[in-house]
Write a protein that binds this ligand. Structure first.
Ligand code: SF4
Length: 378
């Protein structure tokens, strides 16, 4: 199937270029502790050998940044880092990576220190002087609170879109064009909607596609395929990631799944009859990364899926997240949410915190909440 790709600008990320008709690059992320240099190099190399265009590594501290410098020397993979609220780490990581991702939603905290515009200027300045690409990564779970407040609670699309467009405008005005945008949600239909709207407004800006917290295979792959088929089929998307919750040691399943979906779409093997059924139980879980606070998270995500199978026919969303960085925010929109700390798992009903429970206590607590939710629906 000949797909007419959107006329996006080229973006150079280390040894690859995306956009401007270049092949769609497939990305993944390491899930090892970043300071475990050998294990992280091994995982980055395995992903690179399997065809990863870019490998993302989580960096949260000066020690992680020091490890990154060593990792850089030992792998040929194009490396990216994601900055959370610690935007000042950019200075330490930029010399060792090919792309920096920042999340606009994380630049509004501690606003007394610098405005978000000043923070963006600082990041772009560092990216430019270190020849790094930038990803403006907008995420449904961490949108600028002022933008969220302007619209109905049910409208999660407009704040994301507005945030992305505003950041593009600022970055463009700084004379920096080596950037890509992502707009991610855990609901594939919202991913399609928000990326389609963005591409209509800014067909020149390269897009990185992904369904966040898609969960475990096969469900995670199916949700992602639904979104990618509709977007890539319309010429939208220059890089992709299939975010899967996978057991460690992680193999390059995300790369295999991403390549397969992109190849199938180009060959016309689309399965658009597959629709995401939002009348059913939906388990979303993060793909895990170096920030996971207890390795029991992966096992817990699998047990949640198993334990809740009896509730298949209810339109209920349960989110299972691996850490405190994204866990609290990204469980807000789920009916029930779990986010994992080092010794306890935090349980939520919507945005309301219900307490923290041991890893061996959490499943009965979740079952109780789920039973109550089902009873309330009857
Ligand atoms: Fe990593 Fe935390 Fe996101 Fe999971 S929720 S992928 S552990 S940052």
């Amino acid at each position: 199937m000949k797909i007419r790709r959107n006329p996006t600008r080229p973006v150079t990320i280390g040894s690859i270029t995306i956009g401007d008709g270049h092949p769609i690059a497939v990305q993944s992320m390491t899930a090892t502790k970043t300071q475990n240099i050998d294990a992280t190099v091994e995982q980055a190399e395995a992903l690179h050998a399997r065809g990863a265009g870019v490998v993302r590594i989580a960096v949260d501290s000066d020690k992680d940044a020091e490890a990154l410098a060593e990792i850089r020397k030992q792998t040929k993979a194009n490396l990216a880092v994601d900055l959370q609220e610690n935007f000042r780490l950019a200075e330490k990581v930029a010399p060792h990576v090919d792309k920096i991702r920042y999340n606009p939603g994380h630049l509004y905290h501690h606003a007394r220190e610098l405005t978000w515009q000043e923070k963006v200027r600082y990041l772009i300045d560092i990216a430019g002087s270190n020849h790094c690409a930038v990803r403006i990564g907008v995420n449904c779970g961490s949108v600028d609170p002022a933008k969220k407040g302007k619209y109905d609670h049910d409208d999660s699309i407009t704040p994301m879109l507005e945030s992305a467009l505003e950041h593009c405008e600022l970055v463009d005005s700084l004379g920096f064009h080596n950037f890509v945008v992502s707009l991610k949600d855990s609901d594939p239909s919202k991913v399609v909607q928000v990326n389609t709207l963005f591409a209509e407004k800014r067909p020149d800006v390269a897009l990185h596609l992904g369904v966040t917290e898609a969960g475990m295979p096969p469900d995670g792959i199916i949700k992602t395929r639904i979104a990618f088929e509709q977007l890539i089929g319309k010429g939208i998307g220059d890089t992709v990631r299939v975010s899967l919750t996978l057991p460690n040691p992680r193999k390059p399943e995300e790369i295999d799944a991403g390549k397969q979906i992109v190849d199938d779409i180009h060959a016309g093997r689309v399965r658009s009859v597959v629709k995401f059924d939002d009348s059913k139980l939906n388990i979303i879980s993060c793909p895990s990364c170096s920030r996971v606070e207890n390795e029991a998270f992966i096992d817990l995500a699998a047990k949640v899926k198993e334990m809740t199978a009896f509730a298949q026919d209810y339109a209920i969303t349960i989110a299972v997240m691996g850490c405190r960085v994204n866990g609290p925010g990204e469980t807000d929109d789920a009916d029930l949410g779990l986010w994992c700390g080092p010794a306890k798992v935090n349980l939520k009903r919507g945005p309301e915190a219900l307490g923290a429970f041991g890893y061996d206590e959490i499943l009965p607590k979740l079952k109780q909440e789920l039973d109550d939710l089902i009873a309330a629906k009857q």
